[in-house]
Design a protein around this ligand. Structure first.
Ligand SMILES: CC(=O)SCCNC(=O)CCNC(=O)[C@H](O)C(C)(C)COP(=O)(O)OP(=O)(O)OC[C@H]1O[C@@H](n2cnc3c(N)ncnc32)[C@H](O)[C@@H]1OP(=O)(O)O
Ligand SMILES: CC(=O)C(=O)O
Ligand SMILES: [Mg+2]
Length: 350
């Protein structure tokens, strides 16, 4: 383990200094597109201003014979990328054990390293994966003469990754956040689901039999398969000062269940989710923006609490230092979103 004194020193001579704080920019949706798909690339100019993060995906969902075209397509997108709009440009590179990742990183950092904000690493299993990418990125940044370090985002999608989640988050000052990878994680854990995120009708609890009659009809409720992992991610990210994201929801047509899954993640502490299809962009935008009524309530609590200490009653509910802090979380998020979104600024009236 590195000494705390060395933690913020560049890992290569000439590489930019690591960041001390992870910037908290609006991050409600990470919109995935396949840079080898001309139809999707054609939509980038229209989609970019509508999303907080646009991600050129090079890993799963890009066919092996399109890997090189996807990398080249992302370089083209990056070259014409205008960062002044405030949208972040990310990439998901191939896994560290794949035949493509070395070319992904060397090409992208050299060609568009000054346009990219974050590199998402799939299938991260432990701190050693982050250390490898950390050093390699520092060398590539130095060679490319970059002034700003690239940040790293890990997908949690193996049992070992989940077991090592805290050390992953703390492995480097480059660590920006985590996403849940429910599809690969399900396979790695030998779960018996065959879908991408969301619940399963068989994973349920049933109410007790009325008067001991086990044959009576009884209500059941589906349970959240992902609660444990998302909660662990949120805590690990909190410890490291980085940002947790829910991942993908594969049933594109089921916009209602997608919204539910995103909202659970929002309420639990996640800052955003992935959108795999344009229809999911609006869902994430709505869910991960606090409702105007919540913002108005948070404002009332903060005003009523004065310096933030003590206890007051508001509409029959006790408020104290801890509710004041929760309300500040909502207000901070609302203010940062309002800076980017004039409609929200009007609705929040902060
Ligand atoms: C487990 C994981 O790793 S999840 C992350 C990896 N997966 C992904 O990144 C998937 C990304 N999304 C996709 O590939 C596609 O959305 C699919 C395959 C799910 C569905 O694609 P389609 O069958 O073409 O959907 P549909 O017909 O509804 O698309 C409508 C239009 O939106 C476009 N479109 C679809 N998804 C996207 C997208 N993510 N970004 C931009 N445009 C898109 C389509 O090209 C199509 O364009 P057209 O009107 O010019 O023909
Ligand atoms: C997100 C992802 O990569 C997965 O679910 O496997
Ligand atoms: Mg995966």
């Amino acid at each position: 383990m590195r000494s705390p004194k060395d933690f913020f020193r560049p890992l290569a001579i000439g590489a930019p200094d690591p960041v001390r704080e992870i910037p908290f920019r609006p991050s409600r949706m990470i919109h995935f597109f396949d840079p080898s798909n001309p139809k999707m690339v054609a939509k980038v100019p229209d989609l970019a201003p509508k999303v907080d993060i646009l991600l050129g995906n090079l890993e799963d969902a890009v066919a092996a014979e399109h890997k090189e075209a996807a990398r080249a397509g992302l370089v083209e997108v990056g070259r014409s990328w205008d960062p002044s709009g405030g949208t972040q440009l990310w990439t998901r590179v191939n896994a560290l054990d794949s035949p493509w990742v070395l070319d992904d990183l060397t090409t992208l950092v050299a060609e568009i390293g000054d346009r990219l904000d974050v590199v998402m690493l799939p299938k991260v299993e432990g701190a050693e994966d982050i250390h490898y990418a950390d050093r390699l990125l520092a060398q590539l940044e130095a060679r490319a003469g970059l002034q700003r370090p690239l940040l790293l985002h890990a997908i949690l999608e193996t049992a070992r990754g989940v077991a090592n989640v805290e050390e992953i988050c703390l492995a480097s000052p480059r660590m920006q956040g985590l996403s849940l990878g429910p599809a690969d994680l399900a396979a790695d854990r030998r779960m018996k689901t065959t879908r991408v995120g969301g619940g399963h009708p068989g994973y349920l609890v049933r109410e007790d039999p009325p008067d001991g009659d086990v044959d009576a009809s009884r209500a059941t409720a589906q349970q959240d398969l992902w609660h444990y992992t998302v909660a662990r991610m949120v805590d690990a990210c909190g410890v490291a000062g980085i940002l947790p994201f829910y991942g993908p929801f594969g049933d594109i047509k089921d916009t209602v269940a997608c919204e539910d899954q995103f909202r659970n993640a929002y309420l639990l502490g996640c800052v955003g989710a992935w959108s795999l299809h344009p229809v999911q962009i609006g869902i994430a935008k709505q869910v991960f923006s606090p409702e105007p009524a919540e913002v108005a309530w948070a404002k009332r609590v903060v005003e009523a609490m004065g310096d933030g200490t003590g206890a007051v009653m508001l509409d029959g509910k006790m408020q104290d230092d801890a509710t004041y802090k929760q309300c500040q979380v909502v207000l901070d998020l609302a203010r940062s979103l309002a800076e980017r979104d004039p409609d929200l600024a009007r609705e929040y009236d902060l």
